[in-house]
Design a protein around this ligand. Structure first.
Ligand code: UDP
Length: 239
């Protein structure tokens, strides 16, 4: 078996990716596909942790834009993330693949709270580690949580599955002249204001020497190809 190009990754799954063709919530078929892809990548010897978002259920900023309290909204958003994490873990359980949820927001009756020690134990046992509850703090996003947890997990790269197969100069669905970048630096992403992740997450990744790999979530099996350095993706690195 050839060695994966990326030995340890943090896979950021946006809440919207779990929505499938629905306009809200969790599509069980999509959860099943996402989990299948993760298991295929893991079978190639890559150690994988997940950070899932919650935008398919709730975003704090949406509540705040209507004049309500942002902090309460963000707490609701972080609970939405935990719901998505539970859906993912259920799917791993169904397939007999050990997965452990560690949450930045403590809901001890539901899942273990995040601790560095608990994370190392689960990782070294070979579990898929699902980081839930974001950073546990309001005013952050699950992208920032991905950058933080990637550093704690010792990931080589954050993998971000998106609607298109990499980072483009403009939205390729709207602009026929949009160009796909093959490689970029973190500073390029920040300077060109490429909205692939929020700026805080890109800067945190840069400062901790964590690469970003952006690929399409719509191609079944692409995650496994990309961890081997194959497939189509944009590669962001500081080197
Ligand atoms: N959130 C938060 N702190 C965090 C991560 C997330 O308060 O560290 C809340 C915030 O309200 C956010 C919601 O959880 O809108 C869902 O996360 P996000 O929008 O990042 O999810 P995604 O866009 O990846 O689906």
């Amino acid at each position: 078996m050839s060695k994966p190009k990326f030995a340890r990754i943090l896979y950021k799954i946006s809440g919207e990716a779990l929505m499938g063709s629905q306009s809200f919530g969790i599509d069980p078929e999509m959860v099943s596909r996402v989990v299948e892809d993760i298991i295929s990548a893991k079978e190639q010897g890559t150690s994988i942790a997940l950070v899932v978002g919650g935008g398919n259920i709730f975003r704090g900023v949406a509540l705040a834009s209507g004049g309500a309290d942002r902090v309460t909204g963000d707490h609701m958003g972080m609970m939405a993330i935990i719901m998505n994490a539970l859906a993912l873990r259920m799917e791993f359980d169904k397939r007999g693949v050990p997965a452990t949820i560690l949450s930045g927001l403590a809901v001890p009756q539901v899942c273990d709270p995040f601790t560095q020690r608990g994370m190392i134990e689960a990782r070294d046992r070979g579990d898929v580690v699902i980081f839930a509850g974001g950073t546990g703090n309001p005013y952050f996003t699950s992208d920032t949580a991905a950058a933080l947890r990637a550093a704690e997990f010792g990931a080589d790269a954050i993998f971000k599955g998106t609607q298109v197969d990499g980072i483009y100069s403009a939205d390729p669905k709207k602009d026929p002249n949009a160009e796909r970048f093959q490689t970029l630096s973190h500073d390029d992403v920040l300077e060109k204001r490429l909205t692939i992740m929020d700026a805080a997450a890109v800067a945190l990744s840069r400062d901790n020497d964590i690469d970003l790999v952006v690929f399409s979530i719509h191609k079944p099996g692409e995650l496994a190809r990309v961890v081997m350095g194959e497939g189509i993706f944009t590669y962001v690195s500081s080197a």
